[in-house]
Design a protein around this ligand. Structure first.
Ligand code: NG6
Ligand code: CA
Length: 525
């Protein structure tokens, strides 16, 4: 698609009856005698953590109110078959930012002291946008590793986001349940007292703070053994941490602090195109919403965290509008993987669920090979350009990279974003034809979607332990069996009946396709 942005703006400003024909530059530049610049939109990705398809009002939730997200969905395009690339955070984020599937680099969930997964020199979504003239920022959860091996949290922490294309970063380094529990602004820990240096370890106990095993009496809620190390703010975490007392975060402040940083960035860059990757902590564990959201639902902290996240969405949109740039901003609202209730803390998410269906009509959840692992709520909002409605197009977040490049007229290099396809027409709602295939990555296997078919690659024997963990610890149906699985989503959206034995030729074709795509990538394919 050549110069689609100009074409769309042309459609809008010239009020043409049809947008099918490319608009010539001459037409675009002269409307009522005025010169209309082909403006680049601001781009915001609102990336929620562990939010399920059914967790939002616009997909049917009633036990939690999400008025701000519902409004985005009502004004934008609501995708019913949109996917994160993976059923866990690290590979999904890797794919979003590199346009390359997570399994090529890292399938596992990273520990909090892992080195940077995306290393300098690797083409990234923010670096591509920078080349198109964008100011770029990431605010919130990172979980893609930092530093080059032995990270020293008391010195400049790099490489990190600034070395791969972001101009500004304000981060939770890994996850809310992993140490270090401090903010990292650009290269430095915020409020760090050099006389009280931070030490972090994932292999032995460091520091004097008690662990959850030693002092369960200090905890707000119980935790499984992995989440029972250093206690910070009444919550035992994964990993141990000493020092850094003045720099410790307070979980209840996340929505206010991250949103303030995002607001500042938008204000400072309101006159030039910007890209903001707003990466929520919500609704990941530990779920400790600010007291003003407590009791907003009857579902306990998981429901209240959804309400809190919705409030943040409203704040971001309100800020855009008050800056007068709401109409010139393309917003993606989506999630990094499907939902989980018990993810290590006894926070009553299971007990208080009631009739709420976090995954909507889909089977499985976070970690899983079934649809709920990656099929997540997704809205594309761009007033005047993207028309309100629903789209059943099959889309994957890995394509955001190539699609934005196409919209902005940036040509991708051969080694860039190898799995990312230009599906900008589908993202903007002019077609429901997007991809022939998508790969869904789960913790121990891959799935392939094509047409009505969903194929799950057999899980190897040496992965059965992880499969068991998902089933027993998380109470989630993983879909990790040793036999091939094939589901016909056209009449079995809940993946209840494995029809692999009835269609051996489709199973073989799908497996061959997986092998081919894994080997060659989608763009070379
Ligand atoms: C798992 C954690 C889980 C969560 C997840 C990452 C255990 C037992 N479980 O290893 O609580 O932190 O990692 O979630 O340690 S994600 O959304 O960032 O992928
Ligand atoms: Ca996640």
């Amino acid at each position: 698609m050549r110069e689609p942005l100009r074409r769309l703006l042309g459609c809008l400003t010239l009020l043409l009856s049809s947008c099918g024909e490319p608009v010539s530059e001459e037409k675009l530049d002269r409307s009522n005698g005025e010169i209309i610049p082909a403006q680049k939109p601001n781009i915001i990705i609102l990336y929620v953590d562990d939010l399920g398809y059914g967790d939002v009002g616009f997909n049917g939730a009633t036990a939690v109110q999400t008025p701000n997200i519902n409004q985005l969905a009502a004004e934008g395009l609501n995708f019913t078959d949109a996917h994160s690339t993976a059923a866990t955070c690290t590979p999904s984020r890797y794919a979003l930012l590199t346009g390359e599937h997570g399994f090529r680099r890292q399938t596992d969930i990273l520990p909090g002291d892992a080195p940077a997964l995306i290393t300098p020199g690797k083409p990234t979504l923010p670096s591509m946008l920078k080349s198109a003239g964008y100011q770029t920022a990431v605010v919130g959860k990172w979980h893609l590793g930092l530093g080059d091996g032995n990270v020293n949290w008391n010195a400049d922490v790099k490489p990190g986001p600034l070395e791969i294309g972001f101009d500004y970063s304000f981060l939770m380094p890994a996850t809310g349940d992993r140490v270090p529990t401090v903010y990292l602004e650009n290269h430095n820990i915020v409020n760090l007292d050099q006389n009280d240096p931070i030490e972090v370890s994932y292999s032995e106990k460091v520091g004097n703070r008690p662990t959850g095993i030693e002092r369960p009496d200090l905890l707000r809620f119980g935790a499984d053994p992995q989440h029972s190390e250093t206690i910070i703010n009444g919550v035992s975490r994964i990993g141990t941490m000493g020092g850094g007392e003045a720099a410790l975060w307070t979980d209840e402040d996340f929505p206010d602090i991250f949103t303030d940083k995002a607001r500042n960035f938008m204000r400072e860059n309101k006159d030039e195109p910007f890209f903001l990757f707003y990466s929520f902590h919500d609704i990941h564990v530990p779920r400790i919403p600010n007291p003003r959201f407590e009791g907003k639902t009857n579902m306990g902290s998981r429901g209240d965290a959804i309400a809190q996240m919705d409030w943040v969405v409203g704040e971001i949109v309100a800020e855009l509008n008050s800056l007068g740039i709401g109409d010139n901003t393309l917003i993606f609202f989506t999630s990094d993987n499907g939902p989980v209730l018990d993810d290590g803390y006894e926070d009553q998410a299971v007990e208080l669920l009631g009739d709420h269906k976090p995954a909507g009509p889909f089977r499985g959840g976070k970690y899983s090979a079934f649809e709920a692992g990656t099929r997540i709520p997704t809205v594309v909002h761009w007033p005047g350009i993207v028309m309100p409605g629903n789209s059943n197009a099959l889309i994957s977040q890995v394509d955001i990279y190539a699609s934005l490049a196409s919209l902005l007229g940036v040509e991708l290099k051969d080694n860039e974003a190898m799995d990312s396809l230009d599906i900008s027409d589908a993202l903007l709602g002019t077609t429901e034809v997007a991809r022939d295939y998508i790969i869904e990555e789960s913790v121990v296997t891959l799935s392939l979607r094509k047409g009505q078919w969903k194929y799950i690659v057999p899980t190897l024997n040496d992965k059965q332990e992880v499969a068991e963990w998902v089933a027993t610890d998380k109470g989630i149906e993983g879909g990790f069996i040793k036999e091939p699985q094939l589901y016909n989503l056209q009449n079995d959206i809940g993946e209840t009946t494995n029809v692999a034995n009835a269609h051996p030729e489709i199973v073989m074709e799908m497996q061959e396709k997986v092998d081919e795509l894994v080997m060659m990538g989608f763009r070379k394919h």
